[in-house]
Design a protein around this ligand. Structure first.
Ligand SMILES: [Zn+2]
Length: 352
């Protein structure tokens, strides 16, 4: 019996330890928790989640990229409250925010999945295609890392330093685990959709879900808690250069102006630390306005897309995004060129 007790204790300790390493759970206000992704989690987890606890039920904003991370968060929620998760809100359709939905569906029958109408459409359309692409690309990228590690020669034939070897080992192991999880992901799209604003009246709290127009995707929503003045902004703000792959830059600039007009003491981004001041909001609002204006001018002047990329280099934002560091200067340049390309397509009417 003693052995069994010991084994059970070890298994429980292991489960607890593995639940610890995906994110830090930080109480932002009474009953409002941020699950902040740790550095180097055991599998792909890139986005934070927000947990809002009310006696009438729990609201979770975004569900992580790997179902195992969502399962770990469920364990943490259940240690805090007996109330079930009743609502899951997806800030947009990207995999790092929605792949864990199935965990909540299976654990809490009747849970409602909330998102913008286009988030549902994009998950069922482009989302299915992107997941298939990821599934196809991962084995090759894992194999590549195995080769680098085996031969001791990394990218471009460079000998592996200790730091690079360690990074590649981590990356191989996280990718391998993620691949196994991704194959079992069942895409669960929002089953309650809206266009502009939806308000949840819980037991004591009110949760406002708002769409501020097309921005980082066509269906981003923000989640506002008026009682504690917390605003979850999804990927409208993140701790790095904004991602323009599915963006509508002019709409994004307007959405950020609207974020600025909401009375929020805390901005909770999906990527990066909790924001208690407005520096990032101010910089990104200016960046998006400048990008939009300069590219509009380039289109009006008859420049081609390549000429626009050469002209609009967003020099004044370089140091804020780390572009002064020689190792990252090229990344900054490439990021800006991708942003200009998207803004050019928007300004010349090529985005539907
Ligand atoms: Zn994201």
């Amino acid at each position: 019996l003693r052995t069994i007790v010991l084994v059970v204790a070890l298994v429980l300790a292991a489960a607890e330890a593995s639940a610890e390493e995906f994110f830090d759970l930080v109480e932002i206000a009474q009953g409002v928790y941020g699950a902040l992704v740790v550095d180097r989690p055991p599998t792909y987890v890139f986005a934070n989640a927000l947990v809002v606890i009310d006696e009438a039920g729990v609201v979770v904003v975004d569900t992580h990229q790997s179902p195992s991370a969502a399962t770990a968060l469920v364990g943490k929620i259940e240690a805090l409250t007996e109330a079930p998760v009743r609502y899951v809100i997806n800030t947009h359709w990207h995999g790092d925010h929605v792949y864990g939905n199935q965990v909540y569906r299976d654990r809490y029958p009747g849970a409602v999945f909330i998102g913008h109408q286009s988030t549902r459409e994009d998950m069922l359309g482009e989302g299915v295609a992107r997941r298939a692409e990821e599934l196809e690309a991962l084995p090759e990228s894992i194999h590549q890392r195995e080769l680098w590690l085996e031969t001791g020669k990394g990218p471009e034939g460079r000998p592996l330093t200790e730091a690079l070897r360690e990074r590649l080992e981590y990356s191989r192991s996280a990718r391998t685990r993620y691949l196994a999880e991704l194959g079992a992901v069942d895409l669960v799209p929002p089953n309650l959709t809206f266009e502009r604003k939806l308000v949840l009246y819980l037991g004591r709290r009110t949760v406002e879900v708002r769409h501020l127009g097309r921005a980082h995707t066509r269906g981003d929503v923000v989640v506002y808690l008026p009682d504690v003045k917390i605003l979850a902004v999804g990927d409208l703000l993140e701790d790095g250069f904004p991602y323009f792959g599915d963006a509508y830059p002019s709409g994004w600039a307007k959405a950020l102006q609207e974020v600025g007009s909401l009375e929020a003491a805390v901005l909770f981004p999906s990527h990066g630390p909790i924001l208690r001041d407005r520096e990032l909001l101010d910089v990104e609002t200016r960046l998006l306005s400048t990008l939009t204006e300069d590219v509009r001018q380039a289109v009006a002047d008859g420049l081609s897309i390549e000429e626009a990329k050469d002209r609009v280099v967003l020099e004044e934002f370089r140091s804020f995004f780390g572009g002064d560091d020689p190792a990252r200067a090229e990344d900054y340049r490439e990021n800006v060129r991708a942003a200009v390309e998207r803004a050019y397509r928007e300004a010349s009417g090529q985005l539907e």
